[in-house]
Design a protein around this ligand. Structure first.
Ligand code: APR
Length: 320
């Protein structure tokens, strides 16, 4: 059986980290693509040279021509520009929308059967545009946000409670932005919901709110520290988990920006919801009951995503 082929469209900070992680996990052969000449080739060679040391078998190559992604099983898209301090993800919209148009055309031509994971921000609007530009089936085009956001939430909760991150699960809904909706009653330590842990005196409601706010601001916290770009280790790890679930048909239940077709009363848009990822791509969107407050927060998040979609349509009327 031929090895899987993983195409990384964008070979910057996240793209390089994706290539490294996919190699270490032997998920398949890897093609790094970028418009910057030398960058994908240099990163591919550097990582390939770590293969004998780490003991992984993966063929890595770099390219500036979309023909190199031909027949890819998975495409992970990070092409575009990242945030600088003071910028919101939404400030990236104009530039990155044009990038999505080029990427969509490249994928449509050379990898129409791929499972496509978009990471480029502002995420929910970019993955929506990428699906339209590429014309690929909606269940094969998905955005990475919820795994990262819940990873951040889990990290902060584990630190707060002084327990292993392995025993903390977290549930985050909505758009990948300041309006994301972390859900305490579906987030647990070893199965005990956070709402119960508050009753048990593990932390106060106020403290939990602070942790939730830190999760919402998690991306900005890293941008503020790095000053020259945005997070890349955790975003790359999150997308690799999604790719692995697809390639190995694991049917992991992961929060993803998925195309909705009636779930949560929404359609023709992408927003963060729990999904099953298997060999069919997004095989199922899980619809949970939201209480009044959660629903209000979710609606606010959905409206902010809709605002970004309208801004995209203002720039690219063919997205209607
Ligand atoms: N086609 C292909 N690659 C492109 C294009 C394009 N039209 N435009 C830019 N790129 C490449 C850049 O040359 C660069 O190598 O995309 C890469 C982006 O890498 P970084 O600037 O290092 O950004 P990164 O940190 O990887 O983040 C990428 O993911 O999380 C989001 O907000 C983040 O939108 C940003 C994206």
């Amino acid at each position: 059986m031929a090895r899987n082929k993983i195409a990384l469209i964008g070979s910057g900070m996240i793209g390089g980290t994706l290539a490294h992680l996919a190699s270490l996990k032997e998920l398949g052969d890897i093609v790094l693509f970028d418009i910057s000449e030398g960058t994908p080739q240099g990163k591919a060679l550097d990582i390939a040279e770590s293969g004998p040391v780490e003991g992984f078998d993966a063929h890595l190559s770099g390219a500036n021509d979309y023909a190199a992604i031909e027949g890819a099983d998975v495409c992970i898209v990070t092409a575009g520009v990242p945030r600088k301090p003071g910028m919101s993800r939404d400030d990236l919209l104009g530039i990155n929308l044009k990038v999505m148009e080029q990427v969509g055309a490249g994928i449509a031509k050379y990898a129409p059967n791929a499972f496509v994971i978009c990471i480029t921000n502002p995420l929910d609007a970019m993955v929506w545009a990428l699906q339209k530009f590429s014309g690929l089936p909606k269940e094969k085009v998905v955005g990475m946000a919820g795994v990262l956001d819940s990873g951040r939430f889990r990290t902060f909760l584990a630190e707060e409670f002084k327990v292993s991150v392995e025993d903390v699960t977290a549930f985050v809904l909505g758009g990948h932005g300041d309006t994301m909706v972390p859900l305490p009653r579906y987030s647990t330590v070893a199965g005990i919901p956070l709402t119960d842990l508050v009753k048990m005196g593990w932390c106060s409601n106020e403290r939990l709110e602070e942790i939730i706010q830190r999760t919402r601001d998690g991306g900005a916290e890293i941008v503020g520290l790095l000053k020259t770009g945005s997070a890349y280790y955790a975003p790359a790890a999150s997308a690799i988990q999604m790719a692995e679930s697809y390639l190995k048909d694991k049917k992991r239940v992961l929060p993803c920006a998925a195309a909705l077709s009636g779930q949560y009363g929404l359609s023709d848009m992408y927003v963060g919801v729990p999904c099953v990822i298997g060999a069919g791509g997004i095989e199922r969107v899980i619809e949970i009951d939201l209480d009044g407050d959660e629903k209000a927060q979710f609606d606010k998040s959905v409206n902010s995503v809709k605002g970004l979609m309208e801004a995209c349509q203002g720039i690219a009327p063919n997205l209607k």
